[in-house]
Structure formats: structure tokens, C-alpha cells
Design a protein around this ligand. Structure first.
Ligand SMILES: C[S@@+](CC[C@H](N)C(=O)[O-])C[C@H]1O[C@@H](n2cnc3c(N)ncnc32)[C@H](O)[C@@H]1O
Length: 285
């Protein structure tokens, strides 16, 4: 069973359908429509970076249940196709698209290491918090470069290790390990590795923008959650004893949810993990 087949229902109930972090200051960014949420503001910003009009086709890698897909389809008016490995996510994706009667977004099951599309099929593309699942990032970039038209743009937004990360520092290593391995991911890439792999595989870096501000960091949503997560560390075993939670839940929660989320927060605070760096890449002409 795919990891996201197992966790999708749980995540949608507990967290919602945006599986990435956005600094709240996004909604007050220049050029963003007034009154939209920070998630919508981010999606509109991504759509804007792609510079594609309604006649274009956009590819979204690792689209989850389609929350960003629907929004980018709305802002760009282009046709947006999402790809994911998970049947559970595809089911949620299709249900929402049908409910909203959207004609310009669809989803395909597949692996981004081996895209089921022809050469030069898309005018642009993007990937949000999903390339961290790849142990072969160079291959993904090569595939993106194959399916994009020459000059097509690709926007990427990921969790990446910063230059402050020291692989000889025990605490840094432990935080990075907690984030990746406890959620079934390979080791996180550093920003430098990311740049190098993109450029080696036909994608030129056009722009790099840090969207967090010193007052409003990308991990704010976890920061406010941590006191509750701490309390639940103690409450979960009691609930388990009274059979209000299934056997083994508290062990799973402490290791795979609490430790992982807390490590993302700590690594973000220490500046060794970046969660809000936007890359705009472009396929060579
Ligand atoms: C953390 S979720 C992010 C979902 C969405 N992009 C968001 O930010 O809300 C990671 C997504 O990547 C997808 N994914 C992971 N590995 C993949 C692969 N090899 N090919 C396609 N999708 C993949 C998962 O199924 C999931 O949809």
C-alpha cells in the first residue's frame, strides 16, 4: 500500500488538504488580490510565476488531493493535470473536481520519475513539497525537462537543508533524520544539491525567492500547534488505556507524528531547514 493511501483520510481530517507550509504574510504580498487566504494567495502567486494563459497546459507533480491544482486552474484558466501515486488521493481529487464542476483540471496516476506524457507536452509545471520523496531527483528533473516545451517554466517549492546544516553536527543530523525517515522519505536534499541537479538536467534557474519574512516564518502553523501536540503526548496513552484510541496509536503518534513535526519546527527555527524557498526553473530553448 502506498504511504498516501494510508494517511490521506487521517491528514484531511486532522490537518486539511494543503500538505505544505506557507508564511501567512503571503496574503499581503504585492500583486495579490485582497481578502484571499494565504494558501490561495500562494497558489495565485505560483500561477503568476508560470506566465501561462488559458490556452496553455500545466503539469503538477505530486498533486495530493488536488487543492493546489483546482486553485491554479482557477487563477491561470489553463488546463492543469496533476499526477500522484496514490489511488486514495485520486478519489478525493475527482470527487472535488466533480463537485465544483471544473472542466480544466484532471488527474493521472503515475510516478514522476517516469512521466506518462509525450515530449514537449506542457507549457509549464510545478511541484510543491513532493520532490522530497525522490531519491533520484536528477531523474525527475530530466523527465520534467522532457515533457516541458522549450522555454517552459517549472516552479518548485520544497523542504530543503540550508547551508547552515552541518552534517558533522549530531543534533542537525538527528533532526534531518527524524524529518525524512520517520515519514518514509529519503534523506533531504540541500539547496546546493537541488540547484546542481536542476541545472545538470536541462533546467536553468531563472529566479530564487525566499517568501518568509523574519517576522513571519513558514513554520508558524506548526509553532502554534506544538503546545497541543505536547499535551496530546501525555493524553494519547490514557485514551489508549480506556480504548478511546486503537492499541499502538500513542506509540505511532509519538514517533511518527510528534517527533517528525517537532523536528521540522526545531530545524526551521535553527535555520538548518528551509520550507519557503521558491525556485523558478526554465527548460533551455
Ligand atoms: C506532502 S504531499 C504534497 C501534496 C501537495 N503537493 C500539497 O503540497 O498539498 C506529497 C505528494 O507527493 C506524491 N508523490 C510522492 N512520490 C511520488 C512519485 N514518485 N510520483 C508521483 N507523486 C508522488 C504523494 O502521493 C503526495 O501526493
Amino acid at each position: 500500500m502506498h504511504y498516501y493511501d494510508f494517511v490521506t483520510e487521517f491528514l484531511l481530517t486532522l490537518w486539511g488538504d494543503y500538505l505544505h507550509f506557507i508564511p501567512h504574510c503571503m496574503s499581503s504580498k504585492k500583486g495579490i488580490e485582497k481578502g484571499v487566504t494565504y494558501h490561495e494567495a500562494f497558489n495565485s502567486y505560483i500561477a503568476g510565476k508560470l506566465k501561462i494563459d488559458e490556452s496553455g497546459r500545466i503539469l503538477e507533480l505530486g498533486c495530493g488531493s488536488g487543492s493546489i491544482t483546482r486553485s491554479v486552474a482557477k487563477f491561470s484558466k489553463a488546463e492543469v493535470t496533476g499526477i500522484t501515486l496514490s489511488d486514495e488521493e485520486i478519489q478525493h481529487f475527482k470527487k472535488q473536481v466533480e463537485k465544483m464542476k471544473l472542466k480544466n483540471c484532471d488527474v493521472v496516476k503515475g510516478d514522476y520519475h517516469d512521466l506518462p506524457f509525450k515530449e514537449n507536452e506542457f507549457d509549464g509545471g510545478y511541484a510543491i513539497y513532493c520532490l522530497k520523496y525522490s531519491a533520484k531527483l536528477g531523474r525527475v528533473f530530466k523527465e520534467v525537462s522532457r515533457v516541458l516545451k522549450p522555454g517552459g517554466r517549472f516552479v518548485s517549492y520544497e523542504l530543503l537543508l540550508t547551508d547552515k546544516f552541518d552534517s558533522n553536527n549530531k543534533e542537525h543530523k538527528e533532526l534531518a533524520w527524524n524529518i525524512s525517515f520517520l515519514t518514509g522519505m529519503p534523506a533531504l536534499y540541500t539547496i546546493s544539491e537541488f540547484r546542481k541537479l536542476a541545472e545538470e538536467n536541462g533546467l536553468r534557474i531563472v529566479e530564487e525567492e525566499e517568501i518568509s519574512t523574519p517576522e513571519d516564518r513558514w513554520y508558524y502553523d506548526i509553532q502554534v500547534l506544538m503546545p497541543f501536540a505536547n499535551v496530546f503526548w501525555y493524553v494519547a496513552p490514557v485514551m489508549e488505556t480506556f480504548r478511546l484510541l486503537p492499541k499502538g496509536f500513542s506509540r505511532w503518534y509519538r514517533r511518527h507524528i510528534f517527533t517528525c513535526v517537532n523536528s521540522i519546527y526545531q530545524a526551521g527555527r535553527k535555520g538548518i531547514l528551509s520550507g519557503s524557498l521558491v525556485f523558478v526553473l526554465s527548460k533551455e530553448n
